[in-house]
Design a protein around this ligand. Structure first.
Ligand code: DGL
Length: 263
């Protein structure tokens, strides 16, 4: 049986990459809904419908667990998905808790970069109420980064100009930047170079995969250690067999320098 991975596009590959390191003997089906990306500028209802369609497709291909490797789809659909399916569903949320803990005793603030939908959803607002009692967290949507990523552009003049345009002027008041969208870790180098001074950049990918690992183990779903795991890619319901697209996917997935390249 497979572990299903779902994202609006290629962002979830940044999470799958961690899963391949920690759970290398599993078989994965990765579903990128690239034809319908971006999700972050859509309504909650649209995102929920698209996510349910994709999960139905994955379920028909036999999955033993599902990672919603998308903060936006998680906020719109995770609760209802858990009611609808029996397999474990692992969602994602911006890493606000560790970021607040890192900055609480100092005078620095936290900036959460995510999609507009993630930031306005109840799930995120609840997260803020639980962990931001000192009101040190600010939010910033970055829709163009999703567009760049879907075009396999992760670095270069257009990317740095956009980052400089959206970053607040008084950026040095921030100690931590939370990447609350799975498309954003691919821009880590561009962000570090475009933001003056030093800022910690964190994401929730490792935490999500640690959670996946414990769920898989606790439910006795781990594949035998002699299994040679593989990844099957689907793009909005169509298996990716075209070698050029497949190579692009694989490059971002396996090349640790991927985020430094413009494809
Ligand atoms: N990768 C997604 C996330 O983590 C959403 C990107 C989009 O389609 O807007 O929120």
């Amino acid at each position: 049986m497979n572990i299903g991975f779902f994202d609006s596009g290629i962002g979830g590959l940044s999470v799958l990459r961690e899963a391949l390191m920690l759970l290398p003997n599993e078989n994965y089906i990765y579903y990128a809904d690239s034809d319908n990306a971006p999700y972050g500028t859509k309504t909650r209802e649209e995102v929920k419908r698209l996510t349910f369609d994709a999960v139905k497709f994955l379920n028909e291909r036999k999955i033993k667990a599902l990672v919603i490797a998308c903060n936006t789809a998680t906020s719109a659909a995770v609760r209802d998905l858990r009611k609808a399916y029996n397999f474990p569903v692992i969602g994602m949320e911006p890493a606000v808790k560790p970021a607040v803990q890192m900055n609480n005793n100092g005078d620095k603030r936290v900036l959460v970069l995510a999609t507009a939908l993630t930031l306005k959803e109840e799930k995120f607002q609840n997260l803020i109420s639980r962990f931001d009692s000192e009101h040190i967290v600010d939010m910033l949507p970055a829709p163009k980064l999703v567009e760049f990523a879907e075009k396999f552009i992760f670095y270069g003049p257009e990317v740095s100009a956009y980052i400089k345009e959206i970053m607040p002027e008084n950026i040095d008041q921030y100690g931590t930047l939370v990447l609350g969208c799975t498309h954003f870790p691919f821009f880590k180098q561009a962000l570090e170079e475009s933001i003056p001074g030093s800022i910690n950049i964190i994401d929730g990918n490792r935490g999500t995969v640690n959670h996946l690992m414990s769920v898989i183990k606790n439910n006795n779903l781990l594949s035998p250690s002699d299994t040679k795991g593989k990844v099957t890619f689907y793009k909005s319901g169509v298996q990716v067999k075209d070698q050029t697209i497949l190579e692009r996917y694989k490059n971002i997935l396996y090349d640790t320098k991927a985020e430094k390249h413009t494809f």
